[in-house]
Write a protein that binds this ligand. Structure first.
Ligand code: 6PG
Length: 314
């Protein structure tokens, strides 16, 4: 089988390598000529046998939209486009409908595995028509981990189901990471615990909380030092966690752990919390409790109402 691959960054570049290792012929296009096999999207399409299959592996949102729009003008009836990026599942129906106007099929595929996927294989979650998914199976088989197909691949349902599954996967990822992180902070805070890395490492075999994320946390602590001294506690997010929480609200599904883990990331980006300023100010107002001012000094507000209750803490 021969496919086109658009986007040869951290994910797409490694996927090209893994596909080739798995016996799939790949023509890749990237805006960076040093990575690209061909000089344009037109040349990529011209290099492919019909019916063509083009895997799009570019950032979600406007860039994916632009590539899908260009492919709509370049491909023909019977061809198929696969979106393997971290797209929002609601984009999929729009892409499928637009491509269907000219007879082009569409499959969405959530891809997990990060930079390790090259050697470990990628976890794949796809959505779309069964006949298209079946046609692409050699590609999925080359990308997924070795072993039983159902342990690294799912045809989750209709168009959008693949990215929906990937969204939930990433919501779980947020919650798991946050949970390990809070345990890390508590162990680090307690002076009777002198080997925090050792605790985490001891959990990697046999325990209830063993996992690949735990292995990676131990790896980070061994590389960076037990307290991760060179890493700032500032965490971005690229959308999947927000979409999971939005869906939880839409479907009235309680998701306290995942929601809290998303909000913890927002908090990580604040040097000083406006909300906590308000809490400190209120404690000070009603109870005369000291507030910290910039510079670190504690101060107590003027006593309150003339009735004289201001000096009493409640
Ligand atoms: O399953 C995976 O391989 C990861 O989830 C991958 O998709 C990526 O690292 C996340 O998109 C990061 O997401 P955040 O930026 O939202 O943490």
């Amino acid at each position: 089988m021969h496919i086109g691959l658009v986007g040869l960054g951290k994910m797409g570049g490694n996927m090209r390598t893994r596909l080739r290792r798995g016996g799939i012929e790949v023509t890749g296009f990237d805006n960076n000529p040093e990575l690209s096999d061909v000089e344009s999207l037109e040349a990529l399409v011209a290099a492919l046998p019909t019916p063509r299959a083009v895997w799009v592996m570019v950032p979600a949102g406007a860039i994916t939209q632009s590539v899908v729009d260009q492919l709509k003008g370049l491909l023909s009836e019977g061809d198929v486009v696969i979106d393997g990026g971290n797209s929002k599942y609601t984009d999929d129906a729009a892409h499928a409908a637009s491509l269907a106007e000219v007879g082009i099929g569409f499959v969405d595929c959530g891809v997990s595995g990060g930079i390790w996927g090259l050697d470990n294989g990628y976890g794949l979650m796809c959505g779309g028509e069964a006949a298209l998914v079946e046609r692409l199976m050699p590609v999925f088989d080359a990308l997924r981990p070795e072993g039983p197909r159902e342990e690294g691949f799912v045809h989750a349902g209709a168009v959008g189901a693949g990215h929906y599954a990937k969204m939930v996967h990433n919501g779980i990822e947020y919650g798991l990471m946050q949970s390990y992180a809070e345990g890390f902070e508590l162990l680090t805070a307690k002076d009777i615990v002198t080997d925090v890395t050792g605790c985490f490492k001891a959990w990697t075999r046999g325990t209830v909380v063993r996992s690949w994320l735990l292995d990676l946390l131990v790896r980070a602590m061994e590389q960076e030092g037990a307290n991760l001294p060179h890493i700032r506690g500032y965490v971005n997010d690229s959308g999947e966690g927000r979409w999971t929480v939005e869906e939880a609200i839409l479907e009235s599904v309680p998701m306290p752990a995942i929601t809290a883990s998303l909000f913890a990331r927002f908090a990580s980006r604040q040097d000083d919390s406006p909300a906590m300023k308000a809490v400190a100010a209120l404690r000070n107002q009603f109870g005369g409790h000291a507030v910290e001012s910039f510079g670190g000094e504690a101060s107590v507000a003027e006593a309150g109402p003339s009735s004289g209750t201001g000096s009493t803490s409640h």
